[in-house]
Design a protein around this ligand. Sequence first.
Ligand code: ADP
Ligand code: MG
Length: 726
Amino acid sequence: MSGYQTRQNAISAVTNYKPTTKPLNFAETSPAEVFGSNVFSDKIMKNMLPKDVYKSLMHTKRTGEKMDSSIAGPIAAAMKEWALSKGATHYTHVFYPLTGLTAEKHDGFLTPDGDGGAFAEFDPKLLIQGEPDASSFPSGGLRATFEARGYTAWDVTNPAYILENPNGTFLCIPTAFVSWTGHALDKKTPLLRANQAISKVGRRFLNLFGDKTDEMVISNAGPEQEYFLIDRNFYFARPDLMVCGRTLFGAKPAKGQELDDHYFGAIPRRVLAYMLEVERELYKLGVPVKTRHNEVAPGQFELAPLFEQANLATDHNQMIMTTLKSVAKKYGMACLLHEKPFAGINGSGKHLNYSLSTPSQGSLYSPGETPAENMQFLAITAATIRAVEKHGKLLRAVVASAGNDHRLGANEAPPAIISIFLGGDLAEIFNQIELGDLKGTKAIGKLRVGVDTLPALPMDSGDRNRTSPYAFTGNRFEFRAVGSNQSIAGAQVAINTMMAESMDYVCDEIEKLTKKKVKLNEACQKVIQDIMKKHGHVIFNGDGYADAWQKEAKRRGLPNLKTTADALPAIVDKEVIKMFEKYQVLSHDELHSRCEIYHEQYNQHIQTEADLVVKIATTIILPAAIRYQGELASTAASLKAAGVEPRISILQNITDKLRDLQKNTIALEKLLTTDTFESIEAEARYKTDKILPAMLAVREVADALEGVVADDLWPLPSYQEILFIK
Ligand code: ADP
Ligand code: MG
């Protein structure tokens, strides 16, 4: 099918769009009624479980302590009864392998009774532990195939839920995925461990500042999910979109995003219908979706839920990604989660809003009313400054992927340089503390130093800096470097662990001084001053997109790891391993296996893209251009025969470009014949330094051809139509 025909199909799909099912009616069933209706919630458990069982389970959920195994029986029985009442025929242990995707294996409840009949059964053992035959998931050497067993273990902290399909429903049980040796093979296990670590250190920290409760310190996440929506006709007409999730070819449209008329504009009807259904599905699963709007690029949108505790927010973000994709089909569209589906058009990210909180204090990143609260706030912020400076490379590594490389540093997302933004007033206060001269700011007023008064801090939370990778936004930090397609688990594991280490450090240093009878508030200022001297250069409130920052960051000695190949090795830095082992979040072996897997994924990804560039250039673009060349040539011949001197400049242009296209494609093919490497790291280097530029060289000629070949002959739908027909 030619691009022209695809366009006709897409246009008719858009103009003739009619809902295929009965419209949703929120007046009949209110969102409040829908919300959580498919979740085996605490409330349902409270109703269905014996009192002591419920109490014991809640205790485990609240404290993170080990579950009493005797309560599994009654819980499994209640879960089964509830699931059957919801029409479930199967159950599945849902887990999150290192591919970043969601995995599930279904088992039926039905068991033969030996008399020709059958009954529904759910053995409590199967609730607690499963053994999916999942030997093909990456394990990075943690699990030899002959002992391929990996176990899924019930994560009691997140609720089970029902997923619907037009032909039935099934029960989903969230689980962790570990090898028989206990190594984490997934994204959830280290997150649970990191939550525990931050809670323990958080307690120590709060005790020091006078909060003597035993409340858990909870890490929270509010991920803002960006995505593209395009008509499905275009999706199927572009092998690059189908296979790689991004376009490997495509000239920049005449009308790009410069006019900004899409940003926060009215949402198109079909898209809004889609969003309403996405939200309704997510409500059922108890995902607190809150905001929706158009994003900067044409065809780009954002959905954000209210923040939740990290583990739940992570599962929910996976559900959001799955739902965005599956519902799109019903509306004749495709949802693209890739970080950079279209070159020259803003890509998609996932801002991760991060905070630590306790039930009674709320966010620990909220500046308080009293001097004591403020001291604690300044201390935790100082711990954050130290963590971000010390572990900038790690933060960069956990967002490294082939897709995200296109976005970071492309003046649409934060640069690859990890810095921290505090906003004017707060940065000023930290500067004053560094200089040992705390006098306050215009907004805050005069302060005295070394006595029991620390300022009341009205925060300029409106002071937003969109270019910073790690920005303070009033009561939380926003980590903006996460890719739209990535699990948020990796970033949170890193942040929680580095925060645990840094808060421990602050406690150690303060205690050293208070033991010498230095007053808490003086000790605190002294420690903050030291941190500022050592790590303060990571604070940057300016324009992160400016070239000047690249130079300034270099002068300050901040790393600028532009590609995945540059970034990934930080995962196995000596210091990083030491930290993760100290807090029992990830072991030496687990980190090395991750480093290996992520390299492999990167290499595989680039390999697939490069192969496809060759294929599309050779079998789709070249033939189209040759056809046009033939048309021009025969026109020229006819003109000549008719005695008219043909103007051959287009013909010459096409002929030159065709020669370049073939030359560049052959060059790429040749580079791809090298397939033995010293190490996976060396392979990643090669892919970054040699393959990617060679792919780009093919693309550049092809995109130039798109600008000259007759529109009805061009085989791939153009950016213009993909992005603007919706
Ligand atoms: P913006 O686009 O202005 O950054 P959004 O409303 O789109 O804001 O998203 C903000 C996200 O931050 C939401 O998910 C919100 O729930 C979350 N959030 C708000 N307060 C906190 C907090 N204390 N900790 C973590 N996340 C938070
Ligand atoms: Mg935001």
